[in-house]
Every structure is written in structure tokens, then in C-alpha cells.
Write a protein that binds this ligand. Structure first.
Ligand code: NI
Length: 159
């Protein structure tokens, strides 16, 4: 596995629409492994392929640090409820803002075996799935932020 460079706002790759994955080649399997490693290294809970410069519909998420989920060609098929809270993005380091998202979503996607699966998410997982899937169509949370972006207060890493 290898760390990939996370693209930051201003990089045009973050505004592009990604292509569907037809075949999970060894290259793309490596990409998924690298995306997880890159996300964990950056202390993120989600990462989309365009954030590492690859215009493919692939997302990785792990909101607990113990539940890695890779989503290929994810589509939100149901959403309801609402949650309003802080959101940030590895492509806009040091910033966060308030965004309202559905509180419950169901996503259909392919897993790493290219099997069709449905993944249900509430709370942070629902927020994260919406955020990452937006990246696949070139959208950032900053488009929906309520009020101003603010600087993240980093917590001490001890304990
Ligand atoms: Ni993001």
C-alpha cells in the first residue's frame, strides 16, 4: 500500500464528474487499499477517488475506525430525516462548516467483490456517505455550508 497525495480545493480534478467502474482491475484494487491508508493517515472518516486525482466512482468510509467500507458506483436510493452539524473535508484542511444532511440514507453500490449491496447509514455514516458521493459529481460541502467556514480547533492527540 502507499499513501496518495490528497488534492486540495483549487485543483480542477475536484470539480469533475467521475466515471463508473465497469471492472475492478488490480490497479483499482490497489487504489482502494491506498485510499484507506491515505484516509487513516490523514485522520479522516471518508475519502473519494477524485480527492487522490482519480476520476472513478469509488469511495472509502470508516466512521468508527473499525468498520472500513469501500463503495463502488454508489447511488443514494433513499434518504429521509435531517441532521445539522459540523462537516469538514480532507481537501479543505483546517476548515469546517455547518451543513444540513439527511439523517438516514440507503446507498446501493458494489463491494470489493463487485457484488451489489445496500448500505444503510444514520448519523455520521449518513452524513459521510452524502459528502463522499457528492465528490463523485464534483461537489464540495462548501456549496451548502450554512454561515461561514471556520477554523478547526485541533484536539490534543494524547489520551
Ligand atoms: Ni470531502
Amino acid at each position: 500500500m502507499a499513501l496518495r497525495t490528497i488534492r486540495v480545493v483549487g485543483d480542477p480534478v475536484l470539480t469533475k464528474k467521475c466515471r463508473e467502474v465497469k471492472t475492478l482491475t488490480p490497479h483499482l484494487r490497489q487504489l482502494i487499499d491506498d485510499m484507506f491508508e491515505t484516509m487513516y493517515h490523514a485522520n479522516g472518516v471518508g475519502l473519494a477517488a477524485p480527492q487522490v486525482g482519480i476520476l472513478k466512482r469509488i469511495v472509502v468510509i470508516d466512521v468508527t475506525g473499525q468498520d472500513p467500507i469501500a463503495m463502488i458506483n454508489p447511488v443514494i436510493v433513499e434518504k429521509d430525516g435531517s441532521q445539522t452539524g459540523e462537516e469538514g473535508c480532507l481537501s479543505l484542511p483546517g476548515k469546517s462548516g455547518v451543513v444540513t444532511r439527511p439523517s438516514h440514507v440507503i446507498v446501493e453500490c458494489l463491494n470489493r467483490d463487485m457484488e451489489k449491496v445496500r448500505i444503510e447509514g444514520t448519523e455520521l455514516l449518513a452524513r459521510c456517505m452524502c459528502h463522499e458521493i457528492d465528490h463523485l459529481d464534483g461537489h464540495m460541502y462548501t456549496e451548502y455550508v450554512e454561515g461561514d467556514l471556520h477554523d478547526v480547533q485541533y484536539e490534543e492527540e494524547e489520551q
